[in-house]
Design a protein around this ligand. Structure first.
Ligand code: SAM
Length: 264
């Protein structure tokens, strides 16, 4: 496959193209594609990752925003007639339109400038997704996978782990990309829970409760939930109000959200 066509990487589209064949092989091995599976790639770029997957699955859907990359992608992947290119913004894309024959798997070396809102957009389709493999800034992966008590544990960790099992797979250095990003990257696997271990009766309430809980990380729960939860509420919940928010697990936040919903 020739990737020699000129295309200046565009910062505004978060373009850092993977060129390290060893890393591409490792990512494809983690994804472990199977023939016939419906895998959707976000931001295929020039097709570095795409080819490793479609050579196995034979068909693939890709969502790319930069229309100038699409002819390059088509040339590079001309051997695969069942590549379906959606020229679209993944942030607005309705992924449920691709699920007519069952659940999809999602992959992508994501544009780092929009990776967190894009993950939240995808989580709204979690019932239709079997798993997701992403390359992200290492710090974002560390946040997604952080456990209670870890310094990076926060809103992103709680919301991601409410929906998914999160596995931090491996680190990728800047030298594997062209142009090299300023920071390390990492590969994460997010597997939506088939059966939700804890169910928030109102998702918006869970989001609000987690935001309030972490509004001041160094303050106690009593302080952060002032005017929302009393010591009596904490007693009913079996949660010590003198703890800091980073000590609570996903189940505690779901219980808090459901308790507040009940009070309203
Ligand atoms: N997958 C390629 C690779 O690994 O070499 C490119 C990865 S590059 C980090 C991110 C890709 O996402 C670029 O192709 C960029 O044009 C595309 N992109 C940026 N914003 C997007 C959006 N909102 N929707 C879809 N694709 C987007």
């Amino acid at each position: 496959m020739s990737k020699s066509q000129p295309h200046k990487a565009r910062k505004r589209f978060g373009q850092n193209f993977l060129h390290d064949a060893g890393i591409i092989r490792r990512i494809v091995a983690c994804i472990a594609p199977k023939e016939g599976q419906r895998i959707v790639e976000i931001g295929p770029g020039k097709g570095a990752l795409t080819e490793g997957i479609i050579s196995v699955t034979k068909r693939m859907d890709v969502v790319e925003l930069d229309r100038d990359l699409i002819p390059i992608l088509r040339v590079n992947l001309f051997r695969y007639p069942d590549l379906v290119v959606h020229e679209a913004d993944a942030m607005k894309f309705d992924f449920s339109t691709l699920t007519d024959q069952g659940n999809i798997r999602v992959v992508g070396n994501l544009p780092y400038n929009i990776s967190t809102p894009l993950i939240f957009h995808l989580l709204s389709f979690n019932n239709h997704i079997d798993d997701m493999h992403f390359m992200l800034q290492k710090e974002v992966v560390d946040r997604l996978a952080a456990r209670p008590g870890d310094s990076l544990y926060g809103r992103l960790s709680v919301m991601a782990q409410y929906f998914c099992q999160v596995d931090n797979l491996f680190i990728v250095g800047p030298e594997s990309f062209d142009p090299p990003p300023k920071v390390d990257s990492a590969i994460v696997r997010m597997t939506p829970h088939k059966t939700m271990p804890y169910v928030a009766h109102n998702l918006k309430q869970l989001e609000d409760s987690v935001r309030i809980g972490f509004q001041q990380r160094r303050k106690t729960l009593r302080n952060n939930y002032k005017g929302v939860l009393s010591d009596g509420d904490f007693e009913q919940l079996g949660i010590d109000p003198s703890l800091r928010p980073e000590r609570l697990d996903v189940k505690d936040f779901v219980n808090i959200a459901n308790h507040i919903s009940k009070k309203d």
